[in-house]
Design a protein around this ligand. Structure first.
Ligand SMILES: Cc1ncc(COP(=O)(O)O)c(C=O)c1O
Length: 444
């Protein structure tokens, strides 16, 4: 007897998909050629930790690193780009370049990758977690306002999942108080807010080229800024600042302990080729998300990701924002459905369509924040300058982040090349199949 295709795989029926999902395979012949050329040159880094080395060695890095920075500036319409070996390095360098430190509070998101919140701690500043919007997972301007104190100096705004954060109210809050803004665009290459690329609104924008990102070089990152002084400080922190700040004509040494955050010529060679493909990759992702969301928006207990910070999926009228959809964040509303998220995800996994449940645990629940101990003697939390901070990391601090994590969020990473639309529609087929049984007998 042929198996009934409607029988759930978890009940012994045929799964929707048996083919494996693919890794983020974005590299082509162009990248291979670029790497070969760099290899043939034979020198894989031209950086030198001295301000006036013998050419072709340079404090600013070699020809490919500088070419990537120029190409990035052109693509983003911004004055300066500073290549890094990761976005984590870029975030740390950004906090350092802005001169933040002991006694300062930096507002951060709890619902993202850990470095976007922990970067202030490296220089002794205190992360203060504001809540996120349920719709997008990005910082809620109302919650930012509620967390402002006379110690607040900066905000790290993450364009979460590639959906631009709502920059207008955030910029308004920041301008009124002279706060600095770092935009974390690790997940948002090429996303636009009101017609302008994200990363170009704040003081410093930070991008990642790690292996999972829309464009990638295995590892790598960049910072962008319109400010010449910040560019210099970023470059100093990237490259042994304390040893060269005098030669660089830099009088203020605050935070200028230089690390080695330098990218190689290979990273830059690959990054340059990937940047040329960004628009194409984003168009593919946007097409997949639209097709998938059209199908899923018919299911009453699911909420597809919004088009932008101003519009839910299916609403029209926001032509000047563009999401880059690094991931596909799907909200599951358990109160509208007969089963739990765990049961739903289990049934999908059996159909060959795995989802990550919850995304990241709200970051303030990590041991570092719960114990308020990073460096010896509880520093920087216990530093005299920080004792007046009222930052709290208690459970319940950011109810929306906790709700998304515990109950609502389901994340798929498959809405990307090299998958084809047919692959992506397997996600819809599996969800539709499982959704048909919801409200019936328990799935398990
Ligand atoms: C929002 C966000 N910020 C920062 C990072 C760190 O990027 P990298 O791996 O390049 O250090 C990531 C990477 O996952 C990220 O998603």
């Amino acid at each position: 007897m042929r198996p009934d295709p409607d029988t759930l795989a978890i009940h012994g029926g045929p799964p929707v998909r048996t083919r494996p999902w693919m890794e983020n395979l974005t590299l082509g012949e162009e990248e291979k050629r670029a790497v070969r050329e760099a290899m043939e040159r034979g020198v894989l880094s031209f950086f030198e930790g001295s301000h006036a080395p013998e050419p072709p060695f340079s404090f600013w890095g070699g020809p490919r690193v500088q070419a990537l920075e120029r190409a990035w500036c052109e693509a983003y319409g911004i004055r300066y780009a500073v290549g890094m070996n990761s976005a984590t390095s870029g975030l740390i360098a950004a906090i350092g370049a802005l001169g933040l430190g002991y006694g300062d509070e930096v507002i951060v998101s709890p619902y993202t990758m850990s470095a976007a919140a922990s970067c202030p701690l490296v220089y002794g500043a205190i992360p203060v977690f504001a809540d996120v919007k349920l719709e997008s997972g990005s910082l809620d301007p109302g919650s930012i306002r509620a967390r402002l104190t006379d110690r607040t100096r900066a905000i790290v705004v993450v364009h979460q999942f590639g959906i631009p954060a709502d920059m207008d109210p955030i910029l308004q809050l920041a301008r009124g108080r002279g706060l600095k803004i770092i935009e974390d665009c690790a997940q948002a290459h090429g996303a636009k807010y009101r017609g302008k690329p994200v990363g170009t609104f704040g003081d410093i924008g930070v991008f990642s080229l790690n292996v999972n990102k829309t464009i990638q070089a295995g590892e790598g990152g960049l910072c962008v800024t319109g400010d010449e002084g910040l560019r210099k400080r970023l470059a100093l922190i990237r490259n042994h600042a304390e040893a060269v700040m005098e030669e660089a004509g830099c009088a203020d040494g605050t935070n200028l302990l230089g690390f080695n955050l330098r990218p190689t010529e290979l990273t830059a060679a690959i990054g340059l080729e990937q940047l040329k493909k960004l628009k194409k990759f984003n168009a593919v992702r946007q097409g997949y998300v639209k097709a998938l969301s059209q199908r899923l928006s018919r299911i009453p207990f699911l909420v597809p990701p919004p088009c932008c910070p101003h519009r839910a999926f299916g609403e029209s009228g926001c032509e000047d924002c563009e999401s880059a959809y690094y991931l596909y964040p799907l909200r599951f509303l358990p109160e509208r459905c007969g089963i739990s998220r765990e049961e739903f995800a289990q049934a999908l996994r059996a159909e060959g369509v795995p989802f990550t449940q919850g995304y990241t645990r709200p970051l303030y629940l990590q041991p570092i924040y719960q114990t308020k101990r990073l460096f010896k003697h509880g520093y920087p939390f216990s530093a005299p300058e920080n004792l007046g901070s009222r930052a709290t990391y208690a459970p319940g601090t950011c109810p929306n982040a906790e709700k998304l994590y515990e109950h609502q969020m389901l994340v798929s990473e498959w809405v990307r090349p090299p998958h084809l639309l047919e692959d992506v529609l397997d996600i819809a087929r599996a969800i539709e199949k499982v959704a048909k049984t919801v409200g019936g007998p328990p799935l398990g």
